[in-house]
Design a protein around this ligand. Sequence first.
Ligand code: GDP
Length: 380
Amino acid sequence: MSDENDKRPEWAPKEGGEGFTSKVMAGVEGGHDGMPGQKARASRRPIVKRKRLGIDDYERGILSGDRTILGRAITLVESNAPAHAEMAQELLKRLLPRAGESVRVGITGVPGVGKSTFIEALGVHLINRGHRVAVLAVDPSSSVTRGSILGDKTRMAELSRREEAFIRPSPTGGDLGGVTRKSRETIVLCEAFGYDVVLIETVGVGQSETTVRSMVDFFMLLMLAGAGDELQGIKKGVIELADALVINKADGENERAARIARNEYTRALHYLAPATAGWQTRAHTCSALTKTGIGEVWRVVERFCERGRGGGVFEGRRRKQVLDWTLAMAEQHVRDRFYRTDAVKGLLDIVRGEVARGETTAAVGARRLLDAFYDALSKS
Ligand code: GDP
């Protein structure tokens, strides 16, 4: 932050710190950007092109703890360019033996429940206990809304200032399948880098909770006490995915209501199948704002890991996740290929119409599409 070119105005308070925004940049000699004279043009700093990194640079950078390189490696795995994909896969292959050592925790909840406040409080708590924390976000809607509301550094100001934390917003540009791949690969990079806790934030948008559940060890649902919240945000299906329900904002006047809600949920949870075999999901309370109960929530995660590791549940889940992922990618690939095939595209509307009017049965319609697909495949 203390760039030598930054000049603090003399009226700025000395104790203003870096948060004090009034800094002025050193001017460009000989004119300003709007009206560049000859001299200004000559004195402009050359545009520094970022050095292109080779695979060894990425690997070395990550293993030696260079956060800039980690950021660029994530950009590489997030790229949709085929040339980048090859290099990204090679890098991941090299780093895979170094990954897998973290605890992966998914955190979901409706907007406003306090996810980012909670992640900030939990992240700082963990760092103070010697952990290194990566925060990622999975937000498939961000490609529509252009700009994620999750994993936003400005919403986690304290955590983002810590050396031991790394915060990365959701990858954009793509369907849930694309976002899932990118997020899973980013976890590998972060683990190889040395982050031993990976927090993955998501918001209840369609399938995103299920997706995040499929990439984490422990899944946590943040909730609010009080009428209406149960109805608006908390779908039974999501509760069934959770290893812990955490009722946030248990502070001030809300504390009593939060305790009552916790007891009610704990009772209700006895009637649901647990998300993880051998683990009874329970409800807890905390206040992300006052940081009360954060340590207790983390102890729940630790207990879960101790038990899961001992009984092999933990490893079993990870093995199943990676196998499911492998097959999901293969299926996705076949599906994409099917819908991209010209012969299928040409036939799709015709078959749709015939089936809708009852002129063709579903089985015959499907057969025609598949014949067209296999025919095109055999010619390609
Ligand atoms: P998100 O949309 O789920 O990420 O929620 P935020 O973390 O942005 O929080 C939404 C609002 O709730 C903010 O105004 C927070 O200050 C507030 N908030 C978050 N956690 C708590 C809490 O534990 N207690 C209280 N009283 N307010 C909180």
